[in-house]
Design a protein around this ligand. Structure first.
Ligand code: PMT
Length: 411
């Protein structure tokens, strides 16, 4: 395991919530990467996970109260606040978020946050209704204003049966964000990256379209990682249900022809272009002006015409051609077809994406790719799209700045 957090001192605060069970795994993941971790458990957190568990995984005594003379003698609260290079609260309940927003210091965790000079991050975890409550949203906005990092939350099914935003991010997603906070990757400062994401929709009539299962998650994760690495990011997005990542300029499109126009316009102003969108290869030759009626015939024939190949057009620009990276979504002979696309579309790099794998590719939280360029390749194993995107952006920035060296070292 790469020691990306070697000797980094992380103080993990755990507040009360069912997601506290994931915090033990978070400690393990941080330690695997070389971090030293100390843990504060609030009294509510102790209803969900024991100090003994956290002591075993962190290898350090766990602090639970400010008024314990023995604990204060070992490492007092001010010392703990000074020791930390980063305080992460995961899970951060609505109650802790509210306390922090109001500068309260009525327990060990909130006291340490007030007493530290280190950056602080919270990973909210709560019921979706509590998360959407105006009071919680205002408290989170206050934390942002105070330069507290907000990690997540994610969306999905909740322990209470509700569905929506409020799930704590998974430990590996939190690790990636912690790495970004502690080791800000800024190799792309001053560069402009354009990324396409999501599906396109090709209208058949006013109420029907042809499309695919792309959720946009991979492209949006790339946009967030590129922005975190310091780039100016333009995200050209098909229709998806995702929030625009912080600091990213999103251009909304629907069809392949709209994406083509927006992409060429942005590409000539870009240093790097990444085509992650699942663009429909064909569109209806004519769009019926009214809803196509169901006739008596058992079959209906649609005539389709080819859409423009957006990434091939970008890679063929003669002036102001950006470093161009494509994806190849394949179900068989994945590497073979990806290499063919690298060459036929004249790309600098292609990410071979086996979309037949379970839990990878279209509309999944995870993905695995093989990045192939002229003279080298690198496998990025199955992992969350957030961490995969961060690794891919690092690789692209290396190839962009030192094409020869990187190709050879990764052969
Ligand atoms: O969005 P998610 O749910 O997170 O899923 C991610 C993903 C599976 C969509 C993504 O990882 C991926 O593989 N994207 C490429 C999908 C695709 O359409 O691949 P392709 O092999 O058909 O196309 C090859 C390349 O040409 C791609 O870079 C594509 O953007 C580009 N293309 C294709 C057709 C076209 N008319 N214009 C294009 O630019």
């Amino acid at each position: 395991m790469q020691q990306t957090l070697a000797a980094k001192r992380i103080l993990l605060g755990i507040s009360g919530g069912i997601a506290a069970y994931k915090s033990a795994d978070l400690v393990r993941r941080l330690k695997e990467r070389g971090a030293e971790v100390r843990v504060i458990l609030t009294s509510a957190a102790q209803q969900f996970i024991t100090p003994l568990t956290l002591q075993a995984v962190s290898g350090n005594p766990v602090s639970t109260t400010m008024l314990d003379p023995a604990a204060e003698a070992a490492m007092g609260h001010i010392e703990l606040a000074k020791w930390a290079e980063l305080i992460v609260i995961a899970p951060a309940s609505a109650d802790v978020v509210a306390k922090l927003a109001h500068g309260m210091a009525n327990d060990l965790l909130t006291t340490c946050v007030l007493a530290t000079a280190a950056p602080v991050a919270v990973a909210p975890a709560m019921n979706q209704q509590m998360y959407n409550n105006i009071a919680t949203q205002q408290n989170l906005a206050t934390l942002k204003k105070h330069n507290i990092h907000i990690y997540g939350p994610g969306a999905g099914a909740q322990a209470c049966g509700d569905v929506g935003y409020g799930r704590m991010l998974e430990p590996l997603e939190l690790v990636a964000l912690i790495e970004q906070t502690l080791l800000p990757l800024t190799p792309l400062i001053g560069l402009h990256i354009t990324i396409t994401a999501g599906p396109t929709r090709e209208a058949i009539d006013p109420v029907r379209f042809l499309s695919n299962h792309s959720s946009g998650k991979m492209g949006y994760a790339l946009a967030a990682a590129a922005a975190a690495a310091g780039a100016t990011v333009t995200l050209i997005s098909g229709p998806v249900q995702l929030a625009t990542p912080a600091g990213v300029n999103r251009i909304q499109v629907i069809s392949a022809e709209q994406m083509h126009a927006a992409a060429l316009n942005a590409a000539i102003k870009s240093d790097i272009f990444i085509g992650c969108a699942a663009v429909a290869d064909y569109r209806a030759a004519t769009i019926a002006p009214g809803k196509i009626k169901k006739g008596s015939a058992e079959t209906l024939q649609l005539t389709l015409v080819k859409n423009p190949d957006i990434i091939a057009a970008v890679a063929s620009l003669t002036e102001r051609r950006p470093f161009t990276v494509g994806f190849a979504a394949e179900t068989t002979d994945v590497l073979h077809y990806a290499r063919q696309k690298l060459n036929s579309k004249k790309l600098d790099m292609i990410c071979a994406n086996d979309v037949s794998l379970p839990n990878a590719g279209f509309n999944s939280e995870q993905n695995a790719i093989t990045a192939i360029w002229h003279g080298g390749e690198q496998v990025l194993e199955l992992q969350n799209k957030v961490t995969l995107a961060a690794s891919l952006i690092t690789l692209i920035s290396q190839l962009f700045s030192q094409p020869q060296t990187t190709s050879e070292t990764n052969k």
